[in-house]
Design a protein. Structure first.
Length: 266
């Protein structure tokens, strides 16, 4: 059973590299390092999925050198599928656990999921715009709601979205939720071979707690299922109890966790 779950984790983590792609990658003895000028942890971390042939100590040192050359901290994205002994070894080297996140999943034919979608009501003043790429209006709201005002990071994010758009193996959706013609939330989803990753779900600060999150999730997932999404996945920080409850109310269930190991700067 554990081996089966670990196989699924490896598959999903590899697919996830396509949904939030680093600008540059380097593979070394089965591990993949992403470099994206410091923008987001996922795109600037090592994904250790295969045991490989070299000693763990050697590999850790090699990746530390890679990131040092880029003037970036060396960060490892960990799951239960990581090579045995790596977690303990990193802890002994003064790496610390950060940003523990749960991966939740459901299926498009899950009865609870379908019933929840059907039960979400949408007031008449609600509008929804779905596009296959992030236009300027979607990007503007995304940066505003996520408080990404650093122009460098905005440009990097745009490059990442372009990489997704150019990947012929992927289908993407970008959703804007409007209330009285004003954007109140955005979300995106990427689909590959019937597997969906729900991403970038964010509601404007002034409209949170008013039920718009449920409507946003309903709209983008309904449209994604029309495009052929069968298995649905999303990531949510463990400490975000509000989001955890919202997604689980749609029938999403816990699958596995990931976290980052980063060396203490003290």
């Amino acid at each position: 059973m554990i081996a089966k779950i670990n196989d699924e984790i490896v598959l999903l983590e590899r697919l996830a590299l396509n949904t939030h792609p680093p600008l540059k990658t380097q593979v070394f003895d089965g591990w993949t390092a992403g470099f994206t000028e410091g923008y987001t942890g996922r795109a600037n971390s090592v994904l250790p999925l295969e045991t490989g042939t070299l000693p763990l100590e050697t590999k850790i040192h090699s990746f530390e050198e890679m990131y040092a050359k880029q003037y970036l901290p060396c960060r490892f994205k960990m799951t239960s599928a990581a090579p045995q002994g790596l977690q303990d070894l990193l802890e002994n080297k003064d790496y610390e656990m950060q940003n523990k996140t749960d991966v939740l999943h459901t299926q498009s034919d899950n009865l609870m999921f379908l019933e929840r979608l059907e039960s979400v009501e949408e007031p008449e003043e609600i509008g929804v715009i779905i596009t296959s790429n992030p236009d300027n209006l979607w990007l503007s709201s995304f940066f505003e709601f996520e408080k990404i005002d650093n122009e460098k990071y905005q440009q990097i994010a745009k490059k990442q979205f372009k990489i997704v758009d150019k990947n012929q193996n992927l289908s993407a959706l970008y959703c804007r939720l409007l209330h009285s013609r004003k954007d109140v939330g955005v979300a995106s989803a990427v689909i590959q071979n019937g597997v969906l990753f729900l991403l970038n779900v964010v509601i404007s600060q002034e409209f949170r707690g008013k039920g718009f999150g449920k409507i946003l999730i309903k709209e983008i997932l309904e449209n994604a299922c029309i495009l052929g999404a069968k298995k649905l996945y999303l990531q949510v920080v463990q400490s975000n109890s509000v989001a955890q409850s919202l997604y689980k109310s749609f029938g999403f269930e816990y699958l596995y966790s990931y976290w980052y190991m980063e060396k203490s700067q003290n």
